[in-house]
Ligand binder design. Structure first.
Ligand code: SAH
Ligand code: SF4
Length: 383
C-alpha cells in the first residue's frame, strides 16, 4: 500500500520545466546530477522550438531524456476557448484548475504583436473601474502559467514551426491580476521573456503595469530591468483613494518617489515610466484634472497613456466623449507631456483593457486575505 502511494506521489509531482528561469533550470539539473549547461539546450527546445516532449530534444543523450521523462514535464496551460476579433485581436481563455479561467490577449499592429499577459486568477485590489477586480481573487499563477501564455500565443499562430518568432514582439503584464503581488513567479517569467535562450525580448518591450505596491516596486528595481507602467488614474489622493483603494496605503507622493527610485536603479539613462490614466466620464476627465495631473507629474520622467474607460456589465461608469478625451489630451500635451490615447482593441470579444474577467471561483475570503498581504511591509518571500 505504501509503495503504491509513493508511486502515485512521484507521478503527480513531476516538475514543470516550462516556467523555469535559466538559473533555476541550472540548479534543477545540478540537483539531479546533470551538467548545468544542459539548461541552455533545454530552454532553446522549449522556448525557441516550442517542443514539449523530451524525446524531440535530439541533442540530449537518451539516458538524460529518459530521466527527464520520468522526473519532469513541459506542461503548457490548457486553452479552453479562443476568440478572434474583427480587428485581428485574439483572446484565449486558459484553464487553471478548479473551474477557474484566466485570459490572454494578442494585439497585432503592423510589424508589432503585443501580448497582454495575466499574472493572477482575479485580483484582490478591487479598483472600482476594473472587471478583474470585481471578480475577487483566487490564486497566483505559477511561472509556467505566466510564460505559458507567451508559449501558447506563438504556438497558436504556428510561430515556432514557421520560423516566424515575431508573433509576440512585446509583452505587457496588463492582463488579470496585480503582477507585483505575485512577485517571484512574475520575475521568473519575465526573466525568460528577456533571456536569449528564452524569448530574447528587449527590456523596453516587456512592460510591467502596477497599481502601486510600493515595497514590491522597490524590490523589482533590485532584480529587474523591464519597463514600468503605473496605473495612476487620478491626480490627487482623494480621488485615487476612491478609484484605486491601495492608494490609501501607498499614496501618490510615495508611489511617484518609488518610480523615481526604480528609474535611478537602471543602468541606462533616458528611462521613463508610462503613466496610465483611465478616463472615466464625469469622474476624472475634466480639464482641471488634467492640469492637476500635469503639476503632480512635473518632476517624474514619464510619458502618459490615456485609456478611455472600457465598459463592462458590472459597472455604471461611462467612457468620456471624444471631445472630452481630446481636451484632456491637449491640456497635457500643451503642458509638455508626450501623451497618447490608447485605441480600444478587441472590444467586440471583451478583450480591451479592464474587460478581462475570466472565471474566478472564490470572491470573498481569499481576496481579503491577499489584500492584507499587500498591506504588510514585506508581504512576499523574495527571490
Ligand atoms: N493590475 C495591474 C495590471 C492589470 S490592469 C494594474 O492595475 O496596473 C491593466 C490596465 O488596465 C491598468 O492600467 C488598469 O487600470 C486598466 N484598466 C482596468 N480596468 C479598465 C477599464 N474598465 N477600462 C480601461 N482601462 C482599465
Ligand atoms: Fe487589480 Fe489592476 Fe484591476 Fe486594480 S486595475 S483591480 S490592480 S487588475
Amino acid at each position: 500500500m505504501k509503495m503504491e502511494t509513493t508511486t502515485a506521489t512521484v507521478q503527480q509531482t513531476k516538475v514543470n520545466l516550462l516556467g523555469m528561469s535559466r538559473k533555476k533550470m541550472e540548479e534543477y539539473l545540478t540537483s539531479i546530477g546533470e551538467k548545468p549547461f544542459r539548461a541552455q539546450q533545454i530552454l532553446k527546445w522549449i522556448h525557441h522550438s516550442g517542443v514539449d516532449d523530451f524525446d524531440e530534444m535530439t541533442n540530449l543523450g537518451k539516458p538524460l531524456r529518459a530521466k527527464l521523462q520520468e522526473l519532469a514535464e513541459i506542461r503548457p496551460p490548457n486553452v479552453v476557448k479562443q476568440l478572434d476579433s474583427t480587428d485581428g485581436t485574439r483572446k484565449w481563455a486558459v484553464e487553471v484548475g478548479g473551474n477557474n479561467l484566466v485570459e490572454t490577449v494578442l494585439i497585432p499592429d503592423g510589424q508589432r504583436g503585443t501580448l497582454c499577459v495575466s499574472s493572477q486568477v482575479g485580483c484582490s485590489l478591487d479598483c472600482s473601474f476594473c472587471a478583474t477586480g470585481k471578480q475577487g481573487f483566487m490564486r497566483d499563477l505559477t511561472a509556467s502559467e505566466i510564460i505559458g501564455q507567451v508559449w501558447l500565443a506563438i504556438k497558436s499562430f504556428d510561430g515556432f514551426n514557421s520560423g516566424n518568432k515575431r508573433i509576440v514582439t512585446n509583452v505587457v503584464m496588463m492582463g488579470m491580476g496585480e503582477p507585483l503581488l505575485n512577485f517571484n513567479n512574475v520575475v521568473d517569467a519575465m526573466s525568460l521573456m528577456l533571456d536569449d535562450f528564452g524569448y530574447g525580448l528587449s527590456k523596453r518591450r516587456v512592460t510591467l503595469s502596477t497599481s502601486g505596491v510600493v515595497p514590491m516596486l522597490d524590490k523589482l528595481g533590485d532584480v529587474s530591468t523591464v519597463s514600468l507602467a503605473i496605473s495612476l488614474h487620478a491626480p490627487n489622493d482623494r480621488l485615487r483613494n476612491e478609484l484605486v483603494p491601495i492608494n490609501k496605503k501607498y499614496p501618490i507622493s510615495e508611489l511617484l518617489a518609488a518610480c523615481q527610485r526604480y528609474i535611478d536603479k537602471q543602468e541606462d539613462t533616458h528611462r521613463v515610466v508610462t503613466i496610465e490614466y483611465t478616463l472615466i466620464a464625469g469622474v476624472n476627465d475634466g480639464v482641471e484634472h488634467a492640469k492637476e495631473l500635469a503639476e503632480v507629474l512635473r518632476d517624474v520622467p514619464c510619458k502618459i497613456n490615456l485609456i478611455p474607460f472600457n465598459p463592462f456589465s458590472l459597472s455604471n461608469y461611462k467612457r468620456p466623449s471624444k471631445n472630452a478625451i481630446n481636451r484632456f489630451w491637449l491640456t497635457l500635451t500643451e503642458a509638455g507631456y508626450v501623451t497618447t490615447v490608447r485605441t480600444p482593441r478587441g472590444d467586440d470579444i471583451d478583450a480591451a483593457c479592464g474587460q478581462l474577467a475570466g472565471q474566478v471561483q472564490d470572491r470573498t475570503k481569499r481576496s481579503a486575505r491577499h489584500r492584507q498581504r499587500a498591506e504588510l511591509e514585506q508581504p512576499i518571500r523574495l527571490v
